[in-house]
Write a protein that binds this ligand. Structure first.
Ligand code: HEC
Length: 264
């Protein structure tokens, strides 16, 4: 009997281990030492702060063309479950998040897509490259990459924007969070591996290092959510499914024992 228990445990554990290994290998990427973002997508306060920072610091350039303001508000906890009325949500969105205007100069509706008016041509002139939509960047780059990127700007006179980046070499984006973080200088670099670079804060910004990390974590969490809105509920279903399977296994095992108890 104990042999068959062992066999069952083995059968159950192997797929779990395989999934774990694939998951951890898959999230690294790009051969650069990334910092761990540690985002918590069930932290609605963090998601709400992230959305606000995004609207203030990023949306002037980067659209989120698959998201609508009102759906986003619902997902990040601005909803009836948390005591917000529809009017309050609309007011919050208009005050804090919607800075986009339509052709007549009117603020766009809360059901609008989070697009904006930076034309590819203007972007090419300003940055020498297009400004990517960030709807899927949470998936294409991953949270750790975004987190490291937003912490990785450093002064570099040879670049048009005056800055370079440890995880995105010769980046076209300016350091838009410089007033918060300040400016960093590259202190040392081992060989060609950009990831081994050490950054020193040479001109402090408004925030301490810890406060800046929190801002960047909020932004990263928000972008991770945006890239896959369904993951907030999907993870819960996953856990429920595993619990269900465990209970089912218990029953099946007891039943099988009962079945075979007289046959030896
Ligand atoms: C002034 C315009 C501007 C603002 C504001 C801006 N960006 Fe960018 N961003 C760019 C440009 C241009 C690029 C493309 C850089 C390149 O390809 O060299 C870029 C690239 C990126 C990328 C890399 C995308 C990829 O996968 O290649 C991320 C992530 C990003 N920005 C995040 C942000 C976040 C978060 C904010 C707000 C804190 C922000 N950006 C604000 C102009 C901007």
């Amino acid at each position: 009997m104990s042999n068959s228990i062992r066999k069952w445990i083995f059968v159950l554990l192997v797929p779990i281990a395989v999934i774990g290994v694939i998951g951890s290998v898959g999230s690294g990427g790009h051969g650069v030492a990334l910092q761990s973002a540690n985002v918590n997508l069930s932290d609605k306060d963090s998601l709400q702060r992230g959305a606000k920072y995004y609207a203030n610091y990023c949306m002037g350039c980067h659209s989120l063309k698959f998201s609508r303001y009102n759906r986003m508000a619902e997902d990040i906890g601005l909803n009836a479950d948390n005591g917000f009325t529809d009017d309050q949500v609309t007011a919050f969105l208009k005050e804090n998040l919607i800075f986009t205007r339509d052709e007549d100069g009117k603020q766009v509706k809360t059901g609008s897509l989070m697009t904006n008016a930076y034309s590819p041509k203007a972007a090419a002139e300003a940055f020498g490259t297009s400004v990517p939509d960030l709807s899927l960047v949470g998936r294409s780059r991953g949270a750790d990459w975004i987190y490291s990127y937003l912490k990785g700007f450093y002064l570099d006179d040879s670049r048009p924007m005056g800055v370079n980046n440890t995880v995105f070499k010769d980046v076209g984006m300016p350091h838009v969070l410089a007033d918060l973080q300040g400016y960093q200088t590259l202190a040392h670099q081992e060989g060609d591996d950009h990831g081994a670079a050490k950054l020193v804060l040479s001109k402090p910004g408004k925030l301490s290092a810890g406060e800046y990390d929190r801002v960047v974590r909020d932004l990263t969490g928000f972008l991770a959510y945006v890239s896959e809105p369904a993951q907030l509920s999907r993870k819960m279903y996953g856990i429920l499914t595993l619990l269900f399977l465990m209970v089912l296994f218990g029953f099946a095992y007891a039943l099988s024992k009962e079945y075979w108890k007289d046959i030896h």
